[in-house]
Design a protein around this ligand. Structure first.
Ligand code: ZN
Length: 490
C-alpha cells in the first residue's frame, strides 16, 4: 500500500498515516445542522472528505465513513443560550421540528449527490442518540469534570484544565480564553463563562426535549459527536474531519469530552478544511453574498452572471488545496468550467487512441503518473495532481493531432489517469454523458460530428454547415477548436 501523509491539526504537522487497524480506516466527519438549504459552505467539506474516502479506497483501504446530521441541540450563534436552530425554523414555518429536519436532510442529500459525493456508510442523527449522550454526560460527571446547575449540566473547563490541556487542538490556552471572553450578560447557570453545556434543561417553550437524570431537556451541541463517533468507530479511531469553523469551540469541546470521559482524546488525526470566501469576502447572510448550491446550479443568485454545473463547482474546489482559503468569483468559475471541459474531452479522446505494437513510448508518462499519486498522497494535494493531469491532457491532444498510436502500456496508464484518478478519485465525471439520455445521445451526436468531419476533410462545406445548423436547431451547440469539435446540449 502507498504511503499516505496527512496534516494533523493536533500535532500541527504532516504525519505518515498509520491506521489503528491494518487496512481499515475509521473516519468521522461533522455533517450539517439541517435547518436551511445546503450552501457553498457545505460543498467544500462534502467534496474534501469525499476525495479522502475515494483516495483511501483507491490505494487499498476499507473505509467506514460516518457523517452525522445535527437535528437537535445546535443553538443560535453556537452559544449555550440561544434558541435551537431547528426549533426556531420550525416555529417560524409552523412545522414540526422533524419536518424541518426531514426536508433539509433530503435537500442536502440531493445537493451532495449532484456534486458526485459518495454517501457516508453511516449517517447518525443526534436525536436518535440521546441515550448515548446521557451516558457520556454521566461519565464526565462521575470523573469530576462536570457539574449540575438548575437541571443543566456543564463541562467544568477549570477542573479539566488542572489535569489536561483545554485548547490543545485550536492552539489556545485557558489564560487566553479568560482574557478574550466577554462577560456574559444576565443570568447564567454556569460557574465560568467558558464552561459549555453538556445537557440543557428545556425552557417551557422549547419543543424538543427528553427525560434525563437532571431535567427534561436536550443535549449540548458538542455531546453528539463524542457519543456517536465512539458508538460507530470505537473510543479510538483514525480521522476526525470538519470545517475550520468547527475547530473552536465544537472540536475543542469534543476532544475535552472524550478525554474527560475516557482519559484520552480518542482521535488519531484531526483534519480541517479551510473556508470559502466570495469575491474576497466571508460568506454571510447579512453581506448579501450567501449562495445556496441550488442558486449556483441554476444561476439564480444576483451576484452570478451564469449557472455553474455541480462538476464545475467540484473541479473549482479541487483546484485549491483543502487547507487554503478559496475565493469564489464568476471569473474563476468560468475559467474552471473551461478547464474541466478540456479535461473531460481529453479523457474521451484518450479512450479513442489507437494502440499499436511498436509505437514509440510516451516520454515521461510513468513519472507523470508517479507525480499524481505522490501529490494526492501528500495530504491530498489536489491542485498539483490536477496540474499533472493537464500534462496528460497535452499528451493526448498531441497524439490525437498527429494521429499517432500508443503502446498498450501507455494507453493503460492514460486510462488510469483519466478514468481512475480524474474520474474515480477526484470524482470528476462527464455530466453530459451521465445526465438525461446519456451514452446513447452522446454516441449519436459524436457519430454525426464524425460525418461532419469527413465532409470537411473532403471540402464539402455545404454538408458540414448543414449538419451544424441542424444540430444548432436541436439545441446542440458545436464549437470547432484546435483540439477538435466540442459540443454542448443547451
Ligand atoms: Zn461534530
Amino acid at each position: 500500500m502507498r504511503e499516505f501523509y496527512l496534516y494533523n491539526t493536533l500535532s500541527r504537522k504532516k504525519e505518515l498515516f498509520e491506521p489503528l487497524h491494518a487496512g481499515m480506516v475509521g473516519l468521522y466527519v461533522c455533517g450539517p445542522t439541517v435547518y436551511g438549504d445546503a450552501h457553498l459552505g457545505h460543498a467544500r467539506p462534502g467534496i474534501t472528505y469525499d476525495v479522502l474516502v475515494r483516495l483511501l479506497k483507491h490505494i487499498g483501504y476499507k473505509v467506514r465513513y460516518v457523517r452525522n446530521i445535527t437535528d437537535v441541540g445546535h443553538l443560535e450563534n453556537d452559544s449555550d443560550n440561544g434558541e435551537d436552530k431547528i426549533a426556531r425554523k420550525a416555529r417560524l414555518e409552523q412545522l414540526e421540528p422533524m419536518e424541518v429536519v426531514q426536508y433539509y436532510t433530503l435537500r442536502y442529500h440531493e445537493a451532495m449527490r449532484m456534486l458526485n459525493t459518495l454517501p457516508p456508510n453511516i449517517e447518525p442523527r443526534a436525536s436518535g442518540h440521546i441515550i448515548e449522550q446521557i451516558s457520556l454526560v454521566k461519565s464526565i460527571l462521575d470523573k469530576g469534570f462536570a457539574y449540575e446547575s438548575n437541571g443543566s449540566v456543564y463541562f467544568d473547563v477549570e477542573a479539566y484544565s488542572k489535569k489536561y490541556h483545554y485548547g490543545q487542538l485550536s492552539g489556545r490556552s485557558l489564560e487566553d480564553l479568560q482574557a478574550n471572553t466577554r462577560v456574559l450578560e444576565g443570568q447564567s447557570d454556569k460557574r465560568s463563562q467558558f464552561d459549555f453545556a453538556l445537557w440543557k434543561k428545556a425552557a417551557p417553550e422549547h419543543i424538543m426535549h427528553w427525560p434525563s437524570p437532571w431535567s427534561e431537556g436536550f443535549p449540548g451541541w458538542h455531546a453528539e459527536c463524542s457519543a456517536m463517533s465512539a458508538k460507530y468507530l470505537g473510543e479510538s479511531f483514525d480521522i476526525h474531519g470538519g470545517g475550520m469553523d468547527l475547530l473552536f469551540p465544537h472540536h475543542e469541546c469534543e476532544l475535552a469530552q472524550n478525554t474527560a470521559s475516557r482519559g484520552n482524546g480518542g482521535v488519531r488525526y484531526w483534519m480541517h478544511n479551510n473556508m470559502i470566501t466570495i469575491n474576497g469576502q466571508k460568506m454571510g447572510k447579512s453581506l448579501g453574498n450567501f449562495i445556496t448550491l441550488e442558486e449556483l446550479f441554476t444561476g439564480s443568485h444576483k451576484i452570478l452572471v451564469q449557472a455553474y454545473t455541480p462538476m464545475t463547482i467540484r473541479f473549482f474546489i479541487l483546484q485549491a488545496h483543502y487547507r487554503s482559503t478559496l475565493d469564489f468569483s464568476n471569473e474563476a468559475l468560468q475559467a474552471a468550467e473551461k478547464g474541466l471541459k478540456r479535461l473531460i474531452l481529453a479523457g474521451k479522446d484518450a479512450a479513442k487512441l489507437k494502440v499499436a505494437e511498436g509505437s514509440a513510448p510516451v516520454e515521461g508518462l510513468a513519472a507523470l503518473k508517479e507525480g499524481i499519486y505522490s501529490a494526492l498522497c501528500d495530504d491530498l494535494n489536489t491542485p498539483i495532481a490536477i496540474a499533472h493531469l493537464f500534462d496528460a491532457v497535452r499528451i493526448v491532444n498531441t497524439a490525437k493531432e498527429k494521429q499517432t498510436s500508443v503502446t498498450k502500456e501507455d494507453k493503460d496508464t492514460l486510462m488510469l489517469l483519466f478514468d481512475g484518478i480524474a474520474g474515480d478519485v477526484l470524482g470528476l465525471i462527464d455530466e453530459q454523458a451521465s445526465s438525461g439520455a446519456g451514452d446513447v445521445l452522446t454516441g449519436i451526436v459524436e457519430m454525426i460530428l464524425d460525418v461532419r468531419k469527413d465532409a470537411k476533410t473532403k471540402k464539402d462545406f455545404e454538408t458540414s454547415d448543414k449538419i451544424r445548423e441542424r444540430l444548432n436547431s436541436l439545441g446542440v451547440q458545436i464549437k470547432d477548436t484546435k483540439e477538435g469539435t466540442e459540443w454542448n446540449l443547451n
